[in-house]
Design a protein around this ligand. Structure first.
Ligand code: SF4
Length: 362
């Protein structure tokens, strides 16, 4: 099943016409959109966010079909039954001020994601934006305003959803500026949510210039934090994340990650790297450095999203992804660190191998 998951991330999933009645989730997405596919669960409990919307997925030999006993993945005639994660009920509801809740809080696997900002300072210029990122395409500008009361109401509705309740919370979105990187807004929202719920709150942001703001996040009730370095070499960063790399650079990431480990603890600090845009040896070396610091490395395969610079970019072959996964897992294991995330449903769009004792459900 781990092999099948890697193939799905590499090749995508073609939805057959008879499976089209399967309810799709709306395409509002937090950050770079790598959880905008179809959430499904394989027979051994492996979660996968299968790419279905991208061009490469339409050519996949892996097909989602509806059989007499339910949905299945057809792999050249072999059928593997799958469970589809349903659309939550709150997607049809509005806040008391009349805002559609789905615009404010979206379910990805078992986590409700809140993008505080729909735009990102680094995305504004076409030449500077991260090449794989679709943030400015996900939500129209006129929908950008998100009052905090509305966000809190939608998040609580997601946690209490009778169909697909969220088990934990992600606060993220684009980077509003390269100074405080939105940390004060995330802290304010975290503190409002912490007053109403005990569930884990995960903040994902770029490192602020003043690292003191990281303590503000912890004090506001953030339990876990993600600072996504994305690419480890200067060359790849200049090419694929130019504006962000110019404004923030690698050093601020490394210092901030070190501080986060002190504040939030090892393994509660994470960093995502995008797989497929730099040499595997550089990815493995970067994973090793993160693990040596107690940071949970997360391998996120490039998803060439429509409308991005990289929409025509090929994904890595599943064999290459599999090999990189093994090498990265071994490199991290030398420091007794697994590949992240630890949450099994949230591994749906990442490269992980099942079985680590620290993997869990919320
Ligand atoms: S920092 Fe880059 S990846 Fe993140 S939201 Fe901005 S443009 Fe997208």
């Amino acid at each position: 099943m781990a092999r099948l998951k890697v193939r799905l991330l590499s090749e995508g999933l073609r939805v057959e016409p008879n499976a089209d009645e399967i309810p799709r989730k709306p395409s509002h997405r937090v950050r770079s959109g790598s959880c905008g596919g179809l959430d499904l669960v394989l027979p051994d409990g492996t979660w996968i966010n299968a790419p279905v919307n991208e061009r490469f997925a339409r050519r996949s030999v892996l097909r989602l079909v509806l059989t007499e006993t339910g949905p299945a993945i057809d792999d050249r005639g072999q059928r593997i039954p799958v469970e589809l994660v349903p659309c939550p009920g709150y997607y049809d509801h509005q806040t008391t001020s009349g805002t559609a809740m789905v615009r404010l809080a979206q379910l990805c696997s078992d986590r409700v994601g809140i993008g505080l900002t729909n735009v990102c300072t680094f995305w504004r210029s076409r030449s500077g934006r991260c090449r794989f990122c679709s943030i400015g395409l996900n939500v129209r500008d006129e929908d950008a305003r998100k009052p905090i009361d509305d966000i809190v109401e939608a998040t609580l509705a997601a946690l209490a959803d009778p169909i697909a309740p969220a088990r934990h919370i992600l606060l993220g979105g684009g980077t509003p500026n390269d100074e405080d990187t939105g940390a004060p807004q995330i802290a304010e929202l975290a503190s409002r949510l912490r007053a109403r719920t005990d569930v884990s709150i995960y903040a994902m942001l770029a490192p602020p210039r003043d690292l003191g703001l990281l303590a503000l996040l912890r004090d506001a009730g953030v339990d876990e934090i993600g600072l996504n370095i994305e690419l480890f070499t200067d060359r790849a960063a200049r090419r694929y994340i130019p504006a962000k790399h110019r404004a923030i650079g690698h050093d601020r990431y490394w210092y901030a990650l070190e501080r986060c480990v002190e504040l939030f603890g090892p393994l509660n600090t994470r960093s995502i790297t995008v797989v497929g845009l730099e040499e595997p040896a550089h990815t493995v070396a970067g994973v090793s450095r993160l693990a040596s610091m107690g940071v949970l490395p997360i391998l996120s395969p490039l998803r060439p999203l429509a409308g991005t610079h990289l929409e025509e970019h090929a994904t890595q072959t599943s064999n290459n992804m599999w090999e990189l996964l093994q090498r990265a897992a071994s490199a991290a294991a030398e420091f007794d660190v697994p590949l992240g995330p630890l949450c099994i449903p949230c591994q749906s769009n990442t490269l992980t191998l099942p079985g680590d004792r620290r993997y869990r459900y919320y």
